[in-house]
Every structure is written in structure tokens, then in C-alpha cells.
Design a protein around this ligand. Sequence first.
Ligand code: GLV
Ligand code: MG
Length: 306
Amino acid sequence: MAAPLRSRRSCLAVPGSNPRFLEKAQGLPADEVFLDLEDSVAPLAKEEARENVVAALRGGDWTGKVRVVRVNDLTTKWTYRDVIEVVEGAGDVLDCVMLPKVQSAEQVVWLDLLLTQIERTMGYETGRIGIEAQIENARGLVEVDRIAAASPRLETLVFGPADFMASINMRTLVVGEQPPGYTEGDAYHYILMRILMAARAHGLQAIDGPYLQIRDVDGYRRVAGRAAALGFDGKWVLHPGQVDAANEVFSPSQEDYDHAELILDAYEHATEVERRGAVMLGDEMIDEASRKMALVVAAKGRAAGL
Ligand code: GLV
Ligand code: MG
């Protein structure tokens, strides 16, 4: 099952209750924008936010961006109306629905079925709207393999560090940074790897969540670099100042991209002309596994326009 290869280096969060931000987001070079109905919207503003989001999707210019709406999670009373109002109102100009705090495969199946019903009612192409699932509590992580396999609509698994840290009682208030007193390595390594494995096993993209110190762009780069090094495809951005950093950190460097293209050329020549499975490229021996690694870097570099 191959998820559409949409670029998601930078995923910009925009509160659905703020028309000024909904307008401004259109001019920013983020790969994805998600219009939020969940935690950045106050309970009393939820209903108005649905209308703002539909109007922004319909009237705005989102050219080149993946268009996503985050609905409220299934422990609230808002979820079904969020989906119905947004998808009936703007499903033809929407790429994905993001479901937060996913705790089981059944929750994803519920969303899949509801989307199918709305698509049929509205005469939209069936199955076109994708799903992004946020993994942001212990239950979600324990169930992550089943969640990742729950629907062909799934495109990404998204780590939600803020809710996750709260859910496991991690002793810190700074989202994304190491908990004070923990000196044994990276407190997030297991969680990130677990999500990444489930995503890759099911052909999904893996996205890292927010970094809340929005003025600390160096801190953002450091934390984003950690996820990028593991293989994550992108990270949330909460502020225009983080967009360029995300696009840069999740693209290969020009040097790595050039090297990857060189490996692909050399290996193609080796196998097709010389009929050899392993050859030297400079001081390095390359073989079929090197070609696969190079393909990953080359694909990301080409998507980034290198
Ligand atoms: C995002 O939703 C988070 O909880 O970090
Ligand atoms: Mg959250």
C-alpha cells in the first residue's frame, strides 16, 4: 500500500478560529497547512471555527500546499459534526482529515466510513480524502501497528509530543526538550522509533509534532534535526519563523543529494554495463542496499527541487 508521496517537510498549524491567520497562512511556503478545530480553538469558538475553515478552504488560495483539517478527538462531542460540516462544505478542496489522540484502529475505521458516506452523498470521488492519525498518548502508541493498518486512506502518523508527555506523566513543561534530570540519552527515542517503524511497515509518512518555544529557531532546528536523522518526513510549524527551518532540515543537503545521484548513476552502470553487483565509487563500496539508500535521498532532493 503506497501513500501518495506528498511533500510534508513543514506542516503549518493554523487555528480555525482566527481568520487573520487563515489568510496569512496562504502566503507562507509550508508544504502542508492544517486548519485546526481542536486544541488551538476554545470550546466556545468551535462552531464558528468550522465555518471559518470551510470558507478559508473554499475562498483561499492554497496552491501547492497539502490542505488538511484537524477535527476534535473522539472523546469529545464535536468530532462527527466537525467531519460532516467541513467535508460536506469543502471536501472537494480538502486533501486529508487529521484525527487527534487516536487510541485504536476502530477510531480510524469510524472516520473512514463517515468519509465514504459523505463522499457518496456529495458525489465526490470515493476514497480520495486521506487520513492523518496523531499518536499522542500511551494507548495510541501501544496500538500503533493496528492503527497504521486500519485504513487505505491513512497517509501519515503524527507524533503529538505535548499531549503525549502529559499522558505518560513526563516531568517537564517544555515541549520537545529533554525532561530535566534525564541524562541517559534521548527521552523520545523509543516513541519516535516506534511510530516510525509502524509508519514504514505500512507505507505511511512519519511526522514529528510541534516545538513550542516558537522564538527559538536554533532549538527548533536541533529537535527537527533529530527526527530528520531518524528518517521522519517532516515536522509541525507553529510560527512563520519555523517554516524555512523545517523545509531545510527535512531536505537533503546539496552535497548529499549530489552524492546520491552519483551512487545511482555509478550503480546503474555497474549492474547494466559491467554486470557487477558491487563496485567501488571512490573509496566506498556500493551495492544494491546503497542504491536503495541513495534512492531515498534522491527522491527527497528531487521533491525539494535540488
Ligand atoms: C500536538 O497535538 C501535541 O499534542 O503535541
Ligand atoms: Mg495534541
